[in-house]
Ligand binder design. Structure first.
Ligand code: PLP
Length: 359
């Protein structure tokens, strides 16, 4: 069965840009073919632009966002290092698990789900942590955590930020905000299918690179000789050529539109959802002032059956939205409006469908 017309408004993958789908049909090149290496270099340049960084070590890891998370910890944590992590949803929790497995002594700064983490609490949690880590856009709750103040006041610590649901959709200024290590995913606001995890590492962070990380595949000491740099490229793994064509094309779409315009498009869709959903009985759940435009969370109108309503949306209207996770499963919906999906026509389709379902 081919679902060519699904509107993907869940927290997972968005609809990819048509240019991205087209890129997947390009002929395969060898992973060391000079033309492919040139495309990879161009892709990395485009990533730097979208991330607003000059970091030389900026490239996509050949695996999903969680691999970017894992690479960010295993390459910079030595056993016993103190890592402060903000947790106000699933992905902050995942960071703790990954950091602990790398041997970190984890200091958790918890906040209620649906609320943003006060950056000062992260800064005060330990006098000199090796790393302060936080999720910029918590996909499990629709909350944006503040990054800028952390970058300003982190001292000698490295600032590590999860940008999976923020890159390309909301402002994320890596260099201006003094972020040292960042990772993302392709399937959200970059409008590309899941499968790659862009990562960017500052020169300062590279001074702390672990000599022999516990992961072979994610060892940046080795990968960097393949994916970046001016010298001859050495084989590390067989790059997923078609995925890289797709990301190259997706970044091209974002940059051609203009990064600010892409942010504004996501914001406009979010604003419309935030304004209109309460009129239909769906109350906004995330903390005011910290609501993501690209991932809206709402509580359900009295009497609306979560599973039944989402099944109706999917089967009768072709629209996917996501349910709540953990403590808010069955009570909250997560409505993504990311990448190519972030169009006013999709917002109107969803609002129209919901209007019919709740009437
Ligand atoms: N971090 C955040 C904020 C996410 O939303 C996700 C996935 O949705 C991940 C990490 C993990 O990414 P992936 O599922 O691509 O491995």
């Amino acid at each position: 069965m081919i679902h060519a017309d699904r509107i993907l408004m869940g927290p997972g993958p968005c609809n990819p840009y048509p240019e991205v789908i087209e890129a997947f049909t390009r002929p395969i090149l060898g992973h060391l073919d000079p033309d492919f290496i040139q495309l990879l270099d161009e892709l990395n340049d485009r990533l730097r632009k979208v991330w607003r960084t000059n970091n030389q070590l900026t490239f996509p890891i050949s695996a999903t966002g969680s691999a970017g998370m894992e690479a960010s910890f295993v390459n910079f944590v030595n056993p016993g290092d103190t890592v402060v992590i903000g947790v106000n949803g699933v992905f902050g929790g995942r960071m703790c698990d990954v950091a602990a497995r790398a041997g970190a002594s984890v200091v958790v700064v918890e906040e209620a789900w649906g609320k943003a983490i006060d950056p000062q609490r992260l800064l005060d949690a330990h006098p000199n942590p090796k790393i302060i880590a936080v999720v910029h856009a918590e996909t499990s709750t629709g909350v944006r955590n503040d990054i800028e103040l952390l970058g300003k006041n982190k001292g000698e610590s490295l600032l590590l930020v999860d940008c999976v649901t923020s890159l390309g959709g909301i402002p994320m200024l890596l260099d201006e905000w003094n972020v040292d290590i960042a990772y993302s995913g392709t399937q959200k606001c970059l409008g590309v299918p899941p499968g790659l995890s862009p990562i960017s590492v500052s020169d300062r962070a590279l001074e702390f690179l672990v000599a022999k990380p516990q992961s072979w595949y994610l060892d940046l000491n080795m990968i960097r000789n393949y994916v970046t740099g001016d010298g001859a490229r050495a084989y590390h793994h067989t790059a997923p050529i078609s995925m890289l064509y797709g990301l190259h094309a997706g970044l091209g779409v974002v940059l051609e539109e203009g990064l600010e315009n892409a942010w504004a498009r996501h914001q406009a869709c979010g604003d419309e959802l935030h304004k209109r959903l309460p009129e239909l009985g769906f109350d906004l759940w995330a903390q005011p002032g910290h609501r993501l435009p690209d991932l809206t969370t709402v509580t359900l109108p009295e009497g609306l059956d979560d599973a039944k309503a989402r099944a109706t949306l999917l089967n009768e209207y072709g629209i996917e939205v996501g349910g709540g996770l953990g403590p808010v499963a069955g009570k909250v919906w997560r409505i993504g409006c990311m990448g190519h999906t972030a169009r006013m026509r999709n917002v109107r389709m969803l609002l129209g469908a919901l209007g019919e379902i709740v009437s």
